[in-house]
Design a protein. Structure first.
Length: 511
C-alpha cells in the first residue's frame, strides 16, 4: 500500500468552524484527507464571524488581522490553498491609545521609524527597553518563521523545534523566565506610570494579562507585529471574508461542512480518539461519526468536558487538573453601534483604546477597545458607519446575575456614555445598537462560560510551557486560541498549520 493512498483514505472530523478549525479542515482537504467539519452555529467563523442588522455588518469579535503580508501566516495558507488573499487596508496607526485624562493619543504607527519617534516623545528615556524588545522580536520572528512545534510532545515535535533553532535563537534563552515588568525594572522604568499603563493596555488585548504577568518573549512579538513589514489589516467587506474563502477552498477540495450540528462528545478507546457524537440541532437526530483523527477547535476548558462527557473517571485526569487550575480567563462585553457618519470625528483612526481611570488595574469594564468602519469598507451604507467597542468582563458576573437584561442595559449605557467623550453619540446619530455579553458568546460560539482570547500568556502558560496541539489522547488534536493564544486569527492559523503537519507526519510514520 503506498503511503499516499493510505493518507488519502484517512478521515478527519473537525469540531468547530472557527478560523482554527476551518484552516485545519481546508488544508487537510487540500492535502488529500477526507474531512468532515461540524459547527453548532449558523454561520462559520466563530469569534471572527459577522452579523447583519438594518444594513450594517458588524464584526462579532475580531476586527483587525495580522499575517496578511507576503510570508505572513494567512498569506502562506491562502497561497497553499490557491485562493485569493482578501483585499485589505493597513491599520495606520494600528491603534490610537488614550490614557486617563488625555485627549492626545499615543499613536502606534505602522512605520517603524515614525513609531520610534512617537514612543521617544511619549516615553522619554525608555528607548533601551524598546531596543531590547525589538531585538527579541527579530530573533523570535525568524524562529517562528521556521515553523517550530511548541511545546513539543514527541520526537517528531522535538525534531521540528530543533530544526528551527539557530545560534541567534539562544539570545532569547536568558529572557525566557522574565516578565515585561522584570524588563521594565531592569531599565529602571517600573515607576513610569504612562509607559506601564500603555503596555498594560496593549498587552491585555493580546495576552489577557498585564506587564506584571505577561511573558517577555511573548510580549516582544505581540507588541511588534503592528509595524512594517508585518502590520495589522482592516479587511474589505468584513471579517467574514476569511471564513468564506476557507469554506470555498474546503468544499472545492471535497471537504464537508455542516453548520447547526453540535458535537456532544468525543469518544476515546484505549487512549485513542475514535469519533464523535453529533447532534443535528434542527431534527434532533444524533449519530456517531467515526474518524482516524478528531480535531477540536474549542477552548481547552471545552475539550476536557467533551472527552469526559460520560466518564466518571476522566480519561485525562492530569490534563483536566491543569485546566481546572488555570486562572479564570476574561470574557468580553461588546457594544455594536450603527451610526450616522456625523458621529465619527474627522481623521478617526480605525482602532482606538481608551483607559478611564488610573485607580486600579485594567479589568472589569474600565477600558474600551474600539473599531470604527471607514467609508466604502462594506460595513455600513453610504453616510453611515459602525462602531464596535469591547471591554473585559468577568464571565461569572454574567453567569450568576439576577436581572440579566437590566445589567446588560447598564453596561451598554455606561459604554455609550464613555464613547460619547470621543464620538458624537446622540439619539439622532445612533441608528442601531446591540450588545453581547459572555452569555451571548456561550450561545453563538459555545465557548465555555463565554471566555475569549485564549489562555493568558503568563510564564507558566506561554510558548514552551503552553497547551500543545497534541493532547494526551492519541489522534485527538487541539486547535485554536488555547494553543496559540493572543494573536487572534493569525495565531490560530499557526495552530492549524502545526496540527496539519503533525497529522501528516503521523500518517507517514504509520504506513
Ligand atoms: C471581542 C473580541 C475582539 C477580538 N479582536 C480581535 C482582533 O481584532 N483581531 C484578531 O485577530 N483576533 C481578535 N479576537 C480573537 C479572535 O477572534 C479569536 O482568537 C479567534 O477568532 C479564535 O478562533 P478559534 O478558531 O480558536 O475559535 P472560535 O472562534 O471560538 O471558533 C470555534 C468554533 O467552534 C464551534 N464550536 C464550539 N464547540 C462546538 C461543539 N461542541 N460542536 C460544534 N461546534 C462547536 C463554535 O460555534 C465556533 O464557531 C477577538 C476576540 C473577541 C471576542
Amino acid at each position: 500500500m503506498s503511503s499516499k493512498n493510505s493518507i488519502q483514505k484517512q478521515k478527519v472530523v473537525v469540531c468547530g468552524a472557527g478560523i482554527g478549525g476551518l484552516t485545519t479542515a481546508a488544508l487537510l482537504a487540500h492535502r488529500g484527507y477526507e474531512v468532515h467539519i461540524f459547527d453548532q452555529a449558523i454561520v462559520p467563523g466563530g469569534c471572527a464571524s459577522t452579523f447583519k442588522r438594518r444594513g450594517f455588518t458588524f464584526d462579532v469579535g475580531a476586527t483587525q488581522v495580522a499575517g496578511l503580508e507576503p510570508g505572513g501566516i494567512h498569506h502562506r495558507i491562502f497561497s497553499e490553498l490557491e485562493i485569493d488573499i482578501p483585499n485589505a487596508t493597513h491599520c495606520d496607526p494600528a491603534c490610537a491609545v488614550f490614557l486617563p485624562g488625555e485627549t492626545v493619543p499615543i499613536n502606534v504607527w505602522r512605520d517603524p521609524e515614525k513609531w520610534q519617534q512617537e514612543r521617544q516623545r511619549q516615553f522619554p528615556g525608555s528607548e533601551p527597553f524598546w531596543q531590547l524588545m525589538t531585538k527579541l522580536f527579530e530573533v523570535s520572528w525568524k524562529f517562528q518563521g521556521r515553523d517550530p512545534v511548541l511545546p513539543p510532545r514527541n520526537i517528531w515535535d522535538v525534531w521540528q523545534l530543533t530544526k528551527a533553532l539557530r545560534p541567534d535563537t539562544l539570545i532569547t534563552v536568558p529572557f525566557t523566565l522574565m516578565t515585561v515588568a522584570d524588563a521594565l525594572r531592569l531599565y529602571g522604568l517600573e515607576k513610569n506610570l504612562r509607559l506601564k499603563t500603555f503596555l498594560d493596555l496593549q498587552l491585555k488585548l493580546y495576552s489577557q494579562v498585564d506587564t506584571e504577568e505577561t511573558a517577555l518573549l511573548y510580549a516582544a512579538t505581540a507588541l511588534a507585529v503592528s509595524q512594517a513589514p508585518q502590520g495589522l489589516y482592516h479587511l474589505q467587506g468584513s471579517m467574514q471574508v476569511l471564513s468564506d474563502r476557507l469554506v470555498t477552498a474546503l468544499e472545492r477540495d471535497g471537504g464537508k461542512l455542516l453548520m447547526g450540528h453540535t458535537i456532544e462528545q468525543i469518544y476515546t478507546e484505549n487512549g485513542k480518539a475514535k469519533g464523535v457524537k453529533v447532534r443535528n440541532q434542527k431534527t434532533g437526530e444524533t449519530w456517531v461519526e467515526t474518524a482516524d483523527h478528531v480535531v477540536a477547535n474549542v477552548t481547552v476548558q471545552n475539550l476536557v468536558k467533551l472527552v469526559g462527557a460520560e466518564n466518571r473517571s476522566h480519561p485525562i485526569p492530569g490534563y483536566k487538573r491543569r485546566v481546572d487550575k488555570l486562572p479564570s480567563p476574561w470574557g468580553a462585553f461588546v457594544v455594536y453601534l450603527g451610526v450616522d457618519e456625523r458621529a465619527i470625528p474627522a481623521n478617526c483612526p480605525p482602532h482606538l483604546q481608551f483607559f478611564y481611570d488610573y485607580d486600579g488595574p485594567i479589568g472589569e469594564n474600565n477600558s474600551l477597545f474600539v473599531s470604527v468602519s471607514h467609508p466604502g469598507d462594506g460595513r455600513a451604507p453610504t453616510g453611515k458607519a459602525t462602531i464596535t467597542a469591547s471591554s473585559f468582563t468577568d464571565t461569572q458576573i454574567w453567569r450568576h446575575c439576577q436581572d440579566y437584561q437590566k445589567w446588560k442595559q447598564q453596561y451598554t449605557d455606561e459604554a455609550i456614555a464613555r464613547l460619547s467623550q470621543y464620538f458624537y453619540l446622540k439619539p439622532e446619530t445612533i441608528i442601531y445598537q446591540e450588545a453581547a455579553t459572555p452569555r451571548t458568546f456561550v450561545r453563538f460560539t459555545a465557548r465555555d462560560e463565554g471566555v475569549v482570547g485564549g489562555v493568558g500568556q503568563r510564564l507558566s502558560t506561554f510558548g514552551p510551557f503552553g497547551f500543545a496541539n497534541r493532547t494526551p489522547i492519541q489522534d485527538l488534536w487541539l486547535v485554536g486560541d488555547s494553543t496559540h493564544p493572543g494573536e487572534g486569527t493569525a495565531g490560530v492559523s499557526y495552530s492549524a498549520l502545526t496540527v496539519v503537519r503533525q497529522i501528516e507526519a503521523e500518517g507517514s510514520s504509520r504506513f
